[in-house]
Ligand binder design. Structure first.
Ligand code: SF4
Length: 269
């Protein structure tokens, strides 16, 4: 059986397929994160260099104190970026990095989006790359959770648009006719004992998370909603699965059930 660079045996062909298909996204992420860090470090260095000329008139030691603070900030950002890139490449946490997911979500994603815009990389590509790396960081934490604390969170567009049943407040209103993925998702819910909910928007999604208080969320959505959901629910870990959109955005979308099942098994205790 082939092994990833971490030495951990791959668990399924699906995992190998997912890993291979996202190599390009990884490269985008690494490029953007390196560029963002350099940009931030140069900016911080300038903050020191510019007032340096005038600081001596305040106190002879003032420039060196500010220089020390600047160097510490540059080292911290450099460490975070290096640890993150090594984590992505090696598939495991390195350099004592335990809180990289938070740094990625709060600091690097906004910077990467800005830099991506400046160099002409589409937002969707940056978001897809961020989701992929976020997933690896979530997996890298190595936690497993009781099934009833795992929440499968679906977008309402996954429901067949011609279905007359309302699922937002009671998912069991679904008659499992098989016209959309919800029938299969309910089967997975019953098989593994996880929670399943459908959200019609960000506000409802936040309310569902507050109600269920999950330890982890397996979320299905488009790049935009997944990226914002990952940010909104931090520090609750979110494993994101991109939906397929055969009829365009927000209409009769679909998801690979085997990918959802793989994620449930991956995070179940
Ligand atoms: S499986 Fe059938 S009943 Fe359930 S939501 Fe989809 S279309 Fe409606």
């Amino acid at each position: 059986m082939p092994k990833p660079r971490s030495g951990k045996p791959l668990r399924s062909p699906l995992e190998r397929e997912i890993r291979d298909s996202f190599q390009t996204r990884k490269r985008v992420f690494i490029g953007l994160i390196t560029g963002s860090s350099v940009f931030l470090c140069v900016f911080i260095a300038l903050l020191w260099v510019i007032p340096f000329v005038g600081l001596t008139s305040i106190h002879p030691l003032a420039p060196w104190i500010l220089g020390f603070v600047t160097a510490a900030l540059i080292l911290a950002i450099g460490w975070a970026a290096l640890a993150l890139v090594l984590n992505i490449l090696l598939g495991r946490p390195v350099l004592f990095a335990k809180r990289l997911r938070g740094v990625t979500v709060k600091l690097f994603l906004p910077l990467m989006t800005l830099l991506g815009r400046l160099v002409g990389i589409p937002k969707q590509t940056v978001r897809a790359s961020f989701i992929k790396v976020n997933n690896e960081l979530v997996r890298g934490e190595g936690h497993r959770y009781p099934a009833d604390r795992i929440l499968l969170l679906m977008p309402h567009c996954i429901q067949n648009s011609r279905c007359k049943f309302r699922l937002t407040y009671d998912i069991d209103n679904c008659k499992r006719c098989g016209e959309c993925a919800l029938a299969g998702l309910l089967d997975l819910r019953d098989k593994y004992g996880v929670k399943l909910a459908v959200a019609t928007g960000g506000t409802i999604a936040r309310r569902i998370v507050v109600q269920h208080r999950p330890k982890i969320i397996i979320a299905v959505a488009c790049e935009r909603d997944l990226a914002s959901g990952i940010q909104d629910t931090h520090p609750v870990p979110v494993y994101g699965i991109l939906n397929s959109r055969p009829f365009g955005p927000c209409l009769d979308t679909d998801v690979a059930l085997e990918q959802v099942e793989w994620a449930i098994k991956e995070f179940s205790a």
